[in-house]
Design a protein around this ligand. Sequence first.
Ligand code: TYD
Ligand code: MG
Length: 455
Amino acid sequence: MSKTTFTCSACGAGHKKWAGRCETCGEWNSIVEEAALSTGPKKKSLGATKGRRIELSDLTTKDPPLPRAISGLDEFDRVLGGGLVPASAILVGGDPGIGKSTLLLQAAAAFARKGLKSIYFSGEEAASQIRMRANRLGLSDAPVKLAAETNLRDILTTLDAERPEFAIIDSIQTMWADHVDSAPGSVSQVRAAAHELTAFAKRRGISVVLVGHVTKDGQIAGPRVIEHMVDTVLYFEGERGHQFRILRAVKNRFGPADEIGVFEMTGAGLAEVTNPSALFLSERDAPASGSVVFAGIEGTRPVLVEIQALVAQSSLATPRRNVVGWDSGRLAMILAVLEARCGVTFSGMDVYLNIAGGMRISEPAADLAVAAALISARQDHALPTDTVIFGEISLSGALRPISQAEARLKEAAKLGFSAALAPSSIKTETSGGITIKKLSDLNDFIVEVFGNIEA
Ligand code: TYD
Ligand code: MG
């Protein structure tokens, strides 16, 4: 008897029947029909019979020196929590074309040059294509082993024989475990392959990186279905058409989550950006209304970013609320507080909010900077370019304390800012020549910065 089930390819939840929207994760069009796991006679598991040993090719070989877990790609090491933990399983997710393969080839080369035995399995590109890329990135001399392969049984056999310290599976959605009766990329295949690989990695002391494509159309399973199996989940993000790329830890058993690494995509691969604040602010010059600099913290590091708002008369019955890089629910809350507590209304106006440089912010400490950008845009009143802003807004309109004020101010001073607007509860008085204006309430803030505003 053949039985089918329905699975969400975004989150992996099982459903009895097809639906347009997954009730578990809220994703649209992600539910796909899948044959239920093997109903015929049970096939042997991958460990029971040996597969063929895969022929590995070289970039060029070199005797590796002593193994170390630091790659020397500082931004990558930091996001991992200070280097690679032996026998750990890492998931690197991201949109197709964002640069995952490039990043991991660079990481593999960096580890290999430090003496870690590294193998790169690609299920997407031919070995010759990867060699060409390595050549373009100037990595041909790195002692990385390479194979184009999708058969999981063969990959496990090879890993068992080679015993590398670092292995990359690019991508998990192309892997095919022959003991599971469904197509590569399906939820059951992706889960089974990730399970086999992580269990094997733990057993044999190999650190594995699984590359996962984020999918919008639900044709293949997204990386979220395996997030729980791995130790570390990293997402590689960026705006298409923008050269900045951010590697963000969203889960890390061996380090702080929310840590970011910043890269720039260049003609010769990903270059590390050691001073992201300077990069995110690089396009600012003359004062402009709607533009505000937020002093944020990403992971363990202070980062200054520009928040841009645009407010325009709307011709729509329901005006637009458009957000890039921030939470739209949070924007709705700030607009409601401005209206209810301060009498500043945005009804009948379209509101656009953008975090410059392709950054994404999740800190509530950005509230005050967002409010400032919104009012600045509404009033067409530019703020001084030497000022940074941070603070959380409560529903009452009070400004709430935020963490690590000192680090934020220090970063601002380093980048040449001379004034800060912050909640009154922060302890710091002055920091590195920055004049701090402390405010306890959103109304006080508005009067201080914009004077009296007519609703
Ligand atoms: P890739 O690593 O193949 O993306 P993914 O594995 O996430 O699908 O990167 C693809 C893009 O990166 C491609 O559009 C070209 C660009 N790129 C550069 O701009 N410079 C480079 O040196 C490389 C290797 C790629
Ligand atoms: Mg790729």
